[in-house]
Design a protein. Structure first.
Length: 364
């Protein structure tokens, strides 16, 4: 580790510079030594300059070697005088600059002291204003906290009311949804029952129509048979008449034998006619029964259509009730939402009014 510069090092370097004909300065001394700071070299160099006069009076202090010629000695003395003059001038300039720096520093310190006093006065005034503002703000804060506690209590109450309304709305909605579900189940059951009734009615209608068609076909067949029997009876009667006429002719021709045979034929014809009349009466009765059956089927069909219309009307009534219940649910939800929004808006306006009425503090 390098040691610090001593006074002896500075004096030796200054003597060397002076003997070399150079003016000793702080920078040249530092360069000659090879180290050191100006703050360290400066006081030692000033000591060297103060002691320089006494050393000059000592002939041996800066005595040149014996072999030095007189011109060299005179030149050395000239350089020495020049160095002393330059050193004194630099010392004076340094003193003047230092005095100017001290004066400027004093002026700056005085200005800073004045600014500091002014700042202290401003700070004192500001401190008094802040204290007053703090008192006012403390009072306002207490009032605001009281209003805030009141508002929080009111808000809690409103929240409780809103929660109660929400629960009631949820209960109503659940009940309404249950009713809607029941109505939907009822509508589904009615739809299924109506579909089943439609299916049964369609099946019955098809069966009745088939039966009616069969009865009509049977009636037509019976009517055709009756008409055929009537035609046959008329033809038989005509044949009997012709036979009677022929028999009368034969009777006239055959006599008694023909008369007996005529009576037999008449009896046979009357029997056949009676049999055919009885069959015709039975066919007419069957036709009447078929017509009564047709009327009964028509009445049953009309009754089924009436029941179907009644079921459709009841289904429409249930659908209308379900639609009305849905409308009530939507209206209730909209009313509850509007009530909550209105309460929230009133709470926001109340909170904004409390914050807007705060008096400005001195710091504001």
């Amino acid at each position: 580790m390098a040691s610090g510069i001593t006074e002896q090092d500075v004096w030796r370097a200054a003597d060397t510079l002076l003997l070399e004909g150079a003016r000793p300065t702080i920078e040249r001394v530092r360069q000659k030594i090879g180290r050191g700071s100006p703050n360290t070299v400066s006081p030692h160099l000033e000591t060297w300059f103060r002691a320089l006069g006494a050393r000059i009076q000592d002939p041996g202090a800066f005595a040149a070697p014996a072999a030095v010629p007189e011109p060299v000695a005179q030149a050395a003395a000239h350089f020495w005088e020049s160095a002393l003059a330059v050193a004194r001038a630099e010392q004076a300039e340094a003193g003047r600059q230092q005095a100017e720096a001290v004066r400027q520093a004093g002026e700056r310190l005085a200005a800073q002291a004045a600014q500091l006093r002014q700042r202290e006065a401003q700070l004192a005034s500001r401190e008094r204003d802040l204290e007053e503002g703090l008192k006012v703000a403390t009072g306002q804060l207490a009032a605001t906290e009281a209003r805030l506690r009141t508002a929080e209590s009111q808000l809690r109450q409103r929240d409780e009311v809103a929660a109660l309304a929400q629960r009631q709305l949820a209960d109503a909605r659940a009940a309404l949804l249950a009713q809607v579900a029941d109505a939907e189940r009822g509508r589904q059951e009615q739809s299924e029952a109506l579909a089943a009734a439609h299916a049964r009615h369609a099946a019955h209608e098809r069966r009745w129509l088939n039966d009616l068609d069969a009865e009509r076909e049977q009636g037509k067949r019976l009517l055709a048979r009756v008409e055929g029997l009537q035609a046959a009876a008329q033809q038989q009667a005509e044949q009997s008449r012709l036979a009677q006429a022929q028999a009368a002719e034969n009777l006239r021709q055959a006599g008694a034998e023909a008369e007996a045979r005529l009576r037999a034929l008449q009896a046979e014809a009357q029997a056949e006619q009676g049999r055919r009349l009885a069959e015709l009466a039975a066919l007419q009765e069957t036709l009447l029964a078929s017509r009564r059956r047709e009327q009964e089927l028509a009445q049953r069909l009309e009754a089924a259509e009436t029941r179907q219309a009644d079921l459709l009307a009841r289904q429409q009534d249930r659908d209308a009730q379900l639609l009305e219940m849905t409308r009530h649910l939507i209206a209730a939800r909209a009313e509850a939402a509007a009530d909550v929004a209105a309460r929230t808006r009133v709470d926001g306006e109340a909170a904004g009014g409390d914050s807007g009425t705060r008096e400005p503090t001195a710091g504001d």
